[in-house]
Every structure is written in C-alpha cells, then in structure tokens.
Design a protein around this ligand. Sequence first.
Ligand code: PEP
Length: 256
Amino acid sequence: MRNKLIVANWKLNGNIELISNYLDFLKFNLPNNLKDNTIVIVPPFVYLERMSHVVNKMNIFLGAQNVDINLKGAFTGEISVLMLKEIGVKYVIIGHSERRSFHNETNNYIAKKFLLVKNYNLIPILCIGETEQEKRKNQTQKVLKEQLDCIFKTLGELAFRNTVIAYEPIWAIGTGISADPKYVQNIHQFIRNYIEKHDVLSKNITIQYGGSVNSLNIKDFIIQPDIDGFLVGNASLNVQEFLKIIAMCISYFTNE
Ligand code: PEP
C-alpha cells in the first residue's frame, strides 16, 4: 500500500500565537492512530525549530518550504539542507509554483535542489503542474514530462525512489477553484505510468494533489485510486479545518 501524506503548507503565514494554539489543539485532538497516514506541517523557516520541540512528541513531521542549492558559504538569506537536518526537518517542498514564478526557479535549478535534498536523506516533495494557458492548449502532459525529465536527467532512472510528487495545477492554487477530481486522477495515472517506465519500483510513489482542497471538496478526491494525499495551503491555516481533512483521509484511506 502506498503511504498517504497530508501536508500543511503555511506559506508566508502564521505567528507564535497561531502556532501555540494550533499545536495545542492538535495535541488534544489528533487521533493516536493515524494508520498509514503521515502528517507534515510546513511553516515559515523561522518557526521550524520552535515547532520541532513540540511535534517531536506528536505523530507529526516537519517540512521546509524551500532550501538552497549550496551547503554553506556566502549566500546571504539562504537556508541549507544541513541546517534543516540539524533541527529535525524531514520533508522539503521543491519547485512550488510560487517559487517557480516569483523567484524564477527553473527545472534545472529545481533538479539541483532535489538532488541535494535526496543526498542528505531528506524527502523532497516535488511540485509539478501546468498553467491555465498550457492546459487550454493541451500541453499539460508535455509540461509535466519536462518537469520530470529534468529530474531524471540530473539523478538518473532511480530518481524518484523515496520521494513525493505533488501535482498542483497552477490555476487551482489559492484560487478557491479546485480541479475536477477525475481530471486529477487521469493526470496522476499519467505521472505514475511515466515514472514507472523509467523505474518499475517507483510505481508506488506517493502522488499528492494540491489546489484549493478543503473539507468540503476533499471527498471526491480521496476516492480516486491514484491520489495519495494532499498538499493543503489556505485550508491548513485553520487547525479545525485541517483536522477535519486529516480525519476524512484516515477514515477513507484506511478502508480502501
Ligand atoms: C499550495 O500552497 O500548494 C496550495 C495548494 O494552496 P491552496 O490549498 O491554498 O490552493
């Protein structure tokens, strides 16, 4: 069975008060037995260490929203994979569309980060997805292949072992308009088959969906056979809402 991953990406949000209330609420309400579901919270860098002391005692892992391609040196403003490792971070989001578009991150640059994260035994969550215009022009598969090929070119055929992919159609992120669950299922199947063609053992890779997921629309996604969890932005900032999402995932994925 594939591991199911539910990730809260807080982006540039949160403060000490929110963190304290959030973790308190989870401490008392998160089910003890998450079955095969893994929960990851990805706050801004500055809160990672503070949170690591608390989530250590809970069934929750921490992720980082970004990492630099360098390990150390004169790179003002950057964060190294070694620093993330030192404070107990386990996952790193790579290639989020907001980094691709606001920080001009290219496929090649993202592949370098992916390599570094893997080399240091952290788990990259690679975000891939098409723009609205690319979808309209029927270029979705071409774009996804290019995003994946760059990783294969840098890391070789076994690139995706012990990694996670988040399929995030850019037009669905932060818009409140999620993609059609059947459309997402077809894309996930395409991604899985494409990766499997290179490395048959990667067919069990976890492929999450991200794009305006919330507790009201998640049901139709959970039932799709190739959707293995969610990368949740906006809805994850509200702990009650995030807990509802977790509960629905546990209940469905467990009875699969
Ligand atoms: C995201 O940040 O990756 C995301 C999917 O955001 P939202 O859920 O707000 O669309």
